[in-house]
Design a protein around this ligand. Structure first.
Ligand code: ATP
Ligand code: MG
Length: 574
């Protein structure tokens, strides 16, 4: 490949929307271009990286018995109606109508369509296990597309679906994919961790996410160094803690106190000199149309994913002020003590409080000294808060650490969720009809590419792990006008290419400085510099992008030298 023959539009001025390193560097190095919010073109170098990741993914899927197929991007709405997700999936789904006004969508995921395929093609236990996968564009009209390839509206995903005759079979398929995913991310050169996860709109009981550790990650993870527990904070289980009140107020009876104009926990806490852990936040939510009151300690954060899972509801909204007023309640002074007609759902810590401040449902008043269950009823109690750093590990009790991660893959045990809804059955050994046990497994190919950059870059550019680098080596003749240098470069280029080494010859009529800068920006793992010294004493300088080491190597040995460098760098990425 010659630099003069390939489109690599490196960029100097970056758009302000490019906030994180991977987004900036992908644009700057000429690997992607924005078309619309969350929609990108992959330019030749960028596409090479995508193809490398896809190759690793295919190899690991095939190794576990995965069979590649290609499902349509455009999917009829009626199968989504049948599974019950046409409405549930919500605004993230790109919907469209055909000329006959029939509803379709651009596939955000493919459980429906693959289950419909399997229901008509599979009828016997003898045809399973079956692992079907594809690598294809997915479409999600994300609320906030951002960070380039990290959260885009069109992105490339590998999705595999497993079909088994019983739960043990499904668990085996899950194990296989778990192993394959671990291999894939290791081979891509990523530092990752696996965490317990929420199954979200996909559904199912057991799920894990593969997280690439990075400060720019949108996910929060807690992990325990002692026992290895790790979970997304969306689901990490909290141990309730008890805090006894020992302040200036008596604990005996509840008491009405004036709190003029003070609505927030902070304001009331400061005014009454009662710390937030002795206050209760009363939040009104609309859950599938029902107004409910949710209670949580004043120093805690409500976790809406836990709340939604606990209530098993589809729609969950914090009630707007108008709704609160329509209930004759006072915004900022809502409390459970004399609340009529609303279901009261509490976090598990609330009923352990021995003295609490709550809104009095009266303008400018709160109650103090309230004791939950004595002074008000709790209808249901769950773990509803978001775990914090330094809390006890739910498994072993040691102190938890918190960090950030990028979700690059997720695996789900679905059970019979979809096979029941879509009536995918098979005949078992005894001739009885049963629902197929399913699992689904996704990897964001384009997000993996961006994640690799988040973990591997410096102020000069990308430092690709060799297994997914667009090419292995760049040859830089310091002057393209020097025919002798160009001849040497050309010969070396031929020699390396014949050996199967992926090499770029930077034959542009640019200064050496520009070529060096672009080489660092693009992140070729190795560069070979052909300069005056090459002409004088037949040596070239070989540079390593990762550790910036340089070595002078005899020209006739460089091909072998580069070959062994690549081999050793590939090491355990194989
Ligand atoms: P997120 O929580 O980040 O929105 P998700 O849990 O909805 O992701 P899945 O349905 O599990 O995503 O999809 C499988 C994989 O596809 C994810 O692990 C991720 O790598 C990738 N992915 C999901 N949404 C996007 C997106 N908007 N842009 C790029 N990749 C994505
Ligand atoms: Mg996910």
């Amino acid at each position: 490949m010659r630099a003069t023959e390939i489109l690599i539009p490196t960029m100097k001025e970056l758009p302000s929307e490019a906030e994180i390193p991977s987004h900036q560097l992908l644009l700057k190095s000429g690997m992607i271009r924005r078309v619309a919010a969350g929609i990108y073109t992959y330019l030749p170098l960028g596409l090479r990286v995508i193809k490398k990741i896809e190759k690793i993914v295919r190899e690991e899927m095939d190794k576990e018995g995965g069979q590649e197929l290609l499902l349509p991007i455009i999917q009829p709405g009626d199968i989504w109606e049948e599974s019950g997700r046409w409405e549930v999936y919500g605004e993230e789904m790109f919907k469209l109508n055909d000329r006959h006004d029939r509803g379709f969508c651009l596939g955000p995921t493919h459980e429906e369509i693959v289950t419909v395929l399997v229901r008509s093609e599979i009828s016997s236990y003898k045809q399973m296990p079956l692992l079907l996968y594809q690598i294809q564009n997915k479409y999600r009209d994300e609320k906030r597309p951002r960070f380039g390839l990290m959260r885009s509206r069109e992105f490339i995903m590998k999705d595999l679906y497993s079909f088994d005759q019983d739960i043990e079979g499904m668990e085996e398929s899950y194990e296989k994919m778990y192993k394959a995913y671990s291999n894939i991310f290791r081979r891509c050169g990523l530092e990752y961790t696996v965490v317990d996860a929420d199954s979200g709109a996909i559904g199912g009981a057991v799920s894990h996410e593969f997280m690439v550790l990075a400060d720019t990650g949108e996910a929060e993870i807690v992990y325990c160094d002692e026992c290895g527990y790790a979970a997304n904070t969306e689901i990490a289980e909290c141990s309730p803690s008890v805090v006894e009140y020992s302040g200036k107020f008596h604990k005996s009876e509840k008491d009405l106190v004036s709190t003029p104009g003070l609505k927030s926990i902070e304001e009331v806490s400061e005014y009454l000199e009662i710390p937030p852990q002795h206050m209760i936040k009363s939040l009104l939510y609309e859950a599938d149309g029902e107004l409910i009151c949710v209670l949580i300690r004043g120093d805690r954060q409500i976790n809406e994913i836990k709340l939604q899972n606990a209530l098993d509801c589809v729609d969950l909204w914090l009630a707007p002020d108008e709704i609160i007023k329509r209930q004759n309640l006072i915004v900022g002074f809502v409390g459970p003590a004399n609340l009529k007609g609303l279901r009261i759902i509490a976090d598990r810590e609330v009923s352990l409080m021995d003295f609490a401040v709550v809104g009095a449902n009266k303008p400018d008043y709160h109650y103090i000294g309230v004791v939950p269950r004595r002074d008000f009823e709790i209808n249901e109690e769950y773990d509803l808060r978001t775990i914090e750093e330094d809390e006890a590990c739910p498994t072993c009790g040691s102190t938890l650490n918190k960090t950030r991660g990028i979700e690059v893959g997720q695996v789900f045990q679905l059970g019979t969720n979809y096979s029941e809804a879509l009536n995918a059955v098979f005949t078992d050994e005894n001739g009885k009809n049963q629902n197929i046990q399913m699992g689904c497994y996704g990897i964001g190919i384009s997000r993996t590419m961006a994640s690799a950059i988040e973990q591997n870059h410096d102020e000069n550019g990308i430092i690709w792990p060799i297994s997914i680098a667009p090419l292995h080596v760049v040859i830089i003749p310091v002057s393209s006008r020097d025919t002798e240098m160009m001849d040497i470069a050309e010969n070396l280029y031929q020699e390396l290419s014949e050996k199967g080494i992926e090499v770029m010859l930077d034959d542009r009529d640019e200064s050496a400085g520009v070529k060096f800068k672009d080489a660092d920006l693009i992140g070729y793992p190795f560069k070979i510099v052909i300069g005056k010294r090459t002409l004088k004493n037949k040596t070239v300088d070989v540079g390593n992008r990762k550790d910036s080491q340089e070595a002078a190597v005899e020209l006739d040995k460089v091909c072998h030298y580069i070959g062994s460098l690549i081999d050793s760098e590939m090491g355990d990425l194989k």
